[in-house]
Write a protein that binds this ligand. Structure first.
Ligand code: HEC
Ligand code: HEC
Length: 272
């Protein structure tokens, strides 16, 4: 009797027995009445093949219930179901949103170490298939993240240009500077544009602005180059680069996850 240990089964069985008992009792009562009762009351005029109908008032309880079900039915058909209808996808989305919110507030103040560890996990799943486990871009299949984000990364951009982030300014041409001038500018940009601005930065100011902030979204904000913020911007945009396309991760990673994976990949180029 294993199935009886299930409460639902037990309840259903008890309910079935109660319904059966009630049916037998009620049916028995009427059968007995049919044998003994004589009919009373006034017959209606119509009769069909000798079968007539009593002139009974509609029982008010029944009438009100009938009316109420009609009104409820109309409400349910026009407003109730369309507006409040249960949807499995809706429930799933709500649960995901609730969980994301919990996740975001739980890790809102995570320290760098925690972010880096979380980021490594995300990186191995989401990014390593293209960028490689070591982040080296697997022989040019994707950007070399052991370089990107550092002075060497800026130098590479100055040499080869950059494209595919979808900024209004479009594509950045390569070869704008070379030699020591390029190195000076690269170091300056990679250090967050702090300190004295090298004169050669004028080659960049036309598009990125004299302050490097990208002239209100026309080109990338260079003051954030090499920070998780810049990585988050790249992830939200996706990139149709020189060596392939990286899809946008917009909506696929939460802000904390973007920050975490940014912190992790920048640790690759900053030797941490
Ligand atoms: C003609 C306009 C223009 C000039 C001049 C220019 N840039 Fe850019 N730069 C851009 C645009 C547009 C992008 C975004 C390109 C993309 O879609 O990947 C960009 C991107 C960058 C990036 C980010 C690359 C990446 O990996 O995401 C860096 C760093 C950068 N520029 C540095 C410089 C430096 C340093 C100079 C001066 C030597 C310079 N830029 C000159 C327009 C310009
Ligand atoms: C489908 C393959 C693919 C996946 C997955 C992928 N990337 Fe990329 N990524 C690329 C390609 C291709 C480029 C562009 C290389 C180029 O400049 O031509 C790129 C470029 C980048 C850049 C340099 C951006 C710039 O402006 O130059 C960063 C940073 C980056 N990816 C980070 C990530 C991170 C973090 C993840 C995981 C969340 C990730 N990528 C997942 C293919 C991928």
């Amino acid at each position: 009797m294993n199935w009886l240990s299930d409460n639902i089964n037990l309840l259903a069985l008890i309910a079935a027995i109660v319904i059966l008992a009630l049916t037998v009792m009620v049916a028995g009562k009427y059968i007995k009445q049919m044998k003994t009762d004589k009919s009373t009351g006034e017959l209606a005029e119509e009769n069909w093949d000798g079968i007539g109908e009593y002139k009974n008032e509609l029982p008010s309880g029944w009438a009100y219930t009938f009316l109420a079900t009609m009104i409820w039915g109309m409400w349910y058909f026009t407003i109730g179901y369309p507006v409040n209808g249960y949807s499995q996808i809706g429930e799933y989305n709500e649960e995901v949103a609730t969980h994301t919110q919990m996740f975001e507030s739980k890790w809102a103040n995570a320290d760098k170490q925690t972010l880096q560890e979380m980021g490594e996990g995300i990186y191995l799943v989401q990014c390593a298939p293209c960028h490689g486990i070591a982040g080296d871009g697997m022989d040019g299949k994707a950007a070399d993240l052991t370089v990107w984000g550092s002075a060497a990364g800026v130098l590479d951009t100055i040499k080869n240009g950059s494209k595919g982030l979808g900024y209004p300014m479009g594509e950045m041409p390569g070869g704008l500077l070379d030699g020591d001038a390029a190195k000076r500018v690269a170091n300056y940009v990679a250090n967050g544009m702090k300190g004295e601005q090298p004169a050669e930065f004028s080659a960049c100011a036309g598009c990125h602005g004299a302050d490097g902030k990208g002239m209100g979204g026309m080109a990338p904000d260079l003051t954030t180059y090499g920070t998780p913020e810049f990585v988050a911007d790249v992830l939200n945009r996706g990139k149709k680069g020189f060596i392939g396309t990286m899809v946008s991760f917009k909506g696929r990673l939460t802000p904390v996850q973007e920050k975490a994976v940014g912190t992790y990949i920048l640790s690759l180029s900053h030797g941490e």
